[in-house]
Design a protein around this ligand. Sequence first.
Ligand SMILES: [Zn+2]
Length: 508
Amino acid sequence: MRLSMIVIFIFCVYVKARSVNSKNGVPKTPFDEKNKDHWRLQAQWTLRAKLSKPQNKNIAKNVILFLGDGMSITTLAATRVYLGRKYGLTGEEVKLSFESFPHTGLAKTYCVDHNVADSACSGTAYLSGVKANSQTVGLSAAVKRGDCEGQRNAAHSVTGLTDWAQKAGKATGIVTTTRVTHATPASAYAHSADRRWEADADLPKQGLRCDDIATQLVRGRVGSHIDVVFGGGRKNFLPKSEKDIKGQLGYRRDNKNLIREWLLTKESLGYKPTYIRNRKELYNLDVDRYNSVLGLFSHDHMPYHLEADDDDPTLSEMTQKAIEILSRNKNGYFLFVEGGRIDTAHHETKARKALDETAEFAKAVETALKLVNTEDTLVIVTSDHSHTMTYSGYSERGSDILGLVNNNKVNASDDLPYTTLSYANGPGYKPHQSFRRHNLMLDDMNSLNYTYPSLVPIPRETHGGEDVAVFAIGPWSHIFSGNYEQNYIPHAIAYAACIGSGLTMCEL
Ligand SMILES: [Zn+2]
């Protein structure tokens, strides 16, 4: 274990040990915070941890890229409090697993044609190193959304980390809590003029001859060579006449069973493949027997962690198994892990779910860190874009992050309470009654599905346009510091891992 991480871990234990809980169960500020020596000691520990860490200039044999979809910096700050209160702490002082990484940067996320990114153009940037148009996957900005001919023109396709890693003889894997054909995971292997073309049934009925994303995962040059694919979205791989393990019908109209085809294709390529469908099958998976695994754990997106049952593996469990399989490759691996439901929860302004999904994402990073050696494994944690959630008011330390500002003791100018978390737009808009703002005291904020207030009524809350954080640990993690365009990220990863056609450390 790295010295800097040991120092930070000891400090976290120290803070936790010195926290004092009041009799009514509301956490109090750790009492040492009132002592100036507490802050001096804390800062000195941080300084010593940084000074003790020499720059790691090894080759990154392995790379794990963690992507919290829609995981804005505000989301991180709010999740600390959400997690901290679970530990009986005030929360603000807590660090998420990756917030102890030695190097941090900020990435600018805009698309070529829009000021606020969607997950497709953003995914193309941080996985392939080229900024693209909104809603397009793995294509240059010469292709507009829906331009099938542009998709078919090989000159407009962009290659990325998955391809570069495969060409270097590394194993590759994708883990997500969304459909494996959704825009973010698709950006790791597909080229599509419209992110919505996940199955053939999604293409317009105009005889467009463009491969859908699921087909590209099974038959594509890059997709067919991915060793591990874990996530949701069985429906896009099954014909509409066929039911899955839960009795739900497939969605494809070309009558293809792409799961069966995936197994046959893998065998023909010399792999030892298997297909798994639930948590039990993941748990029982024999990693000595199979070196290529397709795990489709739900019909659509995987359920939110707060609503999951025993059949649903967690993001941590999927990440652990993926690393166990991929790490058997002597040339190393590239693994892409997405916490995809942070974003969908934000779109619904369901802040409780968004914070919980972020906490689960942080757990998955923690799981990975226990399994890898950061002397030869580069771990990056970032996001694709922000959201409109704000964290505001002047509540006391340790207040319920999902509650009202100051427990409703201080109201707004209209003498009504307001929430610490709210959104600029989205379905949480509460119509005024008799020209007065809705009284939030009437709402049940403990409900998992409570929609946090938004200023502007629209059915789906939008993404936000500010920069996202990038956290890095391992070989060459120091080159991820600073402020840069998002498409820099895969170039820096490729440099550290000696993959791709750009500059690499191996050429020095
Ligand atoms: Zn989104």
